[in-house]
Design a protein around this ligand. Structure first.
Ligand SMILES: Nc1nc2c(ncn2[C@@H]2O[C@H](COP(=O)(O)OP(=O)(O)O)[C@@H](O)[C@H]2O)c(=O)[nH]1
Ligand SMILES: [Mg+2]
Length: 327
């Protein structure tokens, strides 16, 4: 816990753009201790009215596709325009490596030196659900402290991409050029989530493969059913390394945003996301409470044995555990 962080003072400091308080507030949100959860909920509640104004962008793609490089190049272009850019990572795999990809200081070094940028790596440890929740909360905190753009980077593990698509306005899928005609190991469902597809590494020896991949996806885009009305998934080639085409990807993000804004789709999307967040928060909290109930956990240990032995059906066991739960 961070007892020195006074909640109403922190809310004011956040709105004044205090970076240290922003970092500490995110740390508070990462804590799973019940007392910290209540404090972070109070803080989020205090700043919710100042949130919501940022352009929320998700960037997904297989490891090595160039997401970090792309976000740094884009971020540098945006801060050069005077925009404030926050970068968050959703990387549940960082539990395995003990450090997140973004945490590696060789990444986004240049962007992190900008006074207009804020880069926050994924917390190590925790489930995807936990990491996703922390990222949503961090996003609100960044917005409250005045960031114009929040970019969320995710690693390519299917589920985290779905989680990120569920918290941003525009979801960008970043692909590396495919060798030959092989379609990449990107699941169709993920491609369908994409509002913008960017084929990266359109440079040097990879340029012709990048152009082929771009053409393949541009063809495929006509058969996709985009999540946004009146929008066809944009497919572009870029080189994050050289900075070519990155501005055009940003323009596509803005074009998608203006379609969303046109007829209230942005508000609808965000309302859906906020509602889904509440329900998942509720089910997580309920499960936590259930697991902390000693009578229930004792009963569940017995039931688990009986379920494994085929003596009790899983359905009956779950109902019995619920019936014993008296919070
Ligand atoms: N040729 C080329 N290499 C790139 C480009 N973007 C990234 N890379 C390289 O691809 C590797 C993975 O990049 P990184 O940004 O860490 O990918 P991430 O895992 O998706 O975040 C690094 O060696 C980068 O230098 C690009 O536009 N062109
Ligand atoms: Mg990365």
């Amino acid at each position: 816990m961070d007892p020195a962080l006074d909640i109403s003072g922190a809310a004011d400091a956040l709105r004044d753009g205090d970076r240290r308080v922003l970092a500490r507030s995110i740390t508070l949100c990462e804590s799973t201790r019940p007392v910290d959860r209540r404090r972070s909920a109070a803080l989020l509640d205090a700043v919710i009215g100042s949130s919501g104004s940022a352009i929320r962008v998700g960037v997904s793609g297989a490891p090595g596709a160039g997401k970090s490089t792309f976000i740094e190049t884009l971020g540098l272009q945006l801060v050069a325009d005077g925009m404030r850019v926050a970068v968050l990572a959703v990387d549940p795999s960082s539990t395995r490596t003990g450090g997140s990809i973004l945490g590696d200081k060789t990444r986004m070094e240049e962007l992190s030196r900008s006074s207009l940028a804020f880069i926050r790596p994924s917390p190590s440890g925790g489930t995807l659900g936990g990491v996703a929740r922390r990222t949503r909360e961090a996003m609100l905190l960044c917005e409250a402290s005045g960031f114009d753009v929040v970019v969320v980077e995710t690693v390519g593990v299917g589920q985290s991409e779905v989680a990120v698509a569920g918290m941003v306005d525009t979801f960008v899928l970043l692909l590396a050029p495919a060798a030959g005609d092989e379609l990449q190991g990107v699941k169709r469902g993920i491609v369908e989530l994409a509002d913008v597809i960017a084929v990266n590494k359109n440079d040097g020896e990879l340029a012709s493969a990048a152009m082929r991949t771009t053409a393949d996806y541009a063809n495929a885009a006509h058969f996709l059913r985009p999540r946004t009305n009146d929008w066809t998934t944009a497919v572009l080639a870029c080189s994050a390394l050289l900075g070519h085409g990155v501005r055009e990807v940003w323009d596509a993000i803005l074009a998608h945003r203006s379609v969303l804004l046109n007829d209230g789709q942005l508000g609808e999307r965000r309302a859906e996301q906020a509602s889904a967040w509440m329900w998942s928060e509720l089910s997580d909290s309920l499960l936590d409470a259930l697991r902390q109930d000693q009578a229930v956990t004792a009963l569940l240990a017995q039931l688990d044995q009986q379920v494994r032995a085929g003596m009790v059906s899983p359905t009956a066991a779950a109902l019995a555990a619920l019936a014993a739960f008296r919070p």
